[in-house]
Design a protein around this ligand. Sequence first.
Ligand code: OAD
Length: 266
Amino acid sequence: MNWTGPFEEAAATLRTTFFTGAGVSAESGVPTFRDQDGFWNRFPPARFAHWAGLERLIQEEPLLIAEFISEFVRPIVMAQPNAAHRAIADLEKLDKDVTVVTQNIDGLHQTAGSSHVVEIHGSLFEVIEVRKSDDIISPVSPQSLSLMLSDLEALLKNGQCTTTQLLRAVCPILGVGPEKAHRPNIVLFGDLLPSCAWNEAVAAASAADCLLVVGTSQLVYPAAGLPALARSNGAKIIGIGLEDCDCDVLLIGAAGVTLPRVVSRI
Ligand code: OAD
């Protein structure tokens, strides 16, 4: 690092951790989960937010699953980082020690330039092959997701599809079978969090001097316990979003407006 003086060194030593949720990507066109037009309001989590429910629906209502996957994946594949993602990434240019712990699976923090992103709910751009001994994680390109979306669109236009047709269309991210099975490397309800990412998130929250909580309803645990953990280790909590939350400093407003204003003052 390039110190220019003791004040710069002191400022750079402050450890800043962001804890982000769907709200940070809302201005990129990715729907949140629990707002009025939220994803879970259209696709109720009791049916769609766990693998057992999805496996049942693949067999019983393949057309509905084609719609669900298409609606879920399309906004993420189309999205570009917004001013909030960019402001967080810009902090690193100020020689700040910045960690981003995100519940999002859209990869937008990395696209914006953040170099230390901990994805505690996984990534849509990875698939996991679940094996007896060890799981294998492989990348999925945006191009293959786009091709999958075109295939799903054709099925939806047709107004009908069989389970076999659905599985053929979604094979870049989902394969079922006794020999080889793979699925998106994302955490749904009832899944364990990836232990490596979760341990990193706990370490980052515990070590933070300041935790900025951005665009999350803080309703889903264990992730929602991170602010309390950070506070108990002495961090100041800054809440940024459209709703009130338990924090030391509350900045109500859209993340894409509020975060650049905060960062410009550092
Ligand atoms: P939610 O949909 O629960 O909450 C989104 C939050 O973002 C709400 O507090 C909104 O008010 C706020 N918000 C909306 N637009 C905003 C904007 N432009 N700027 C700032 N804030 C905004 O989403 P999460 O808290 O991320 O997990 O949900 C947590 C987890 O629940 C997700 O990771 C997912 C979901 O089920 C799993 O699937 C395991």
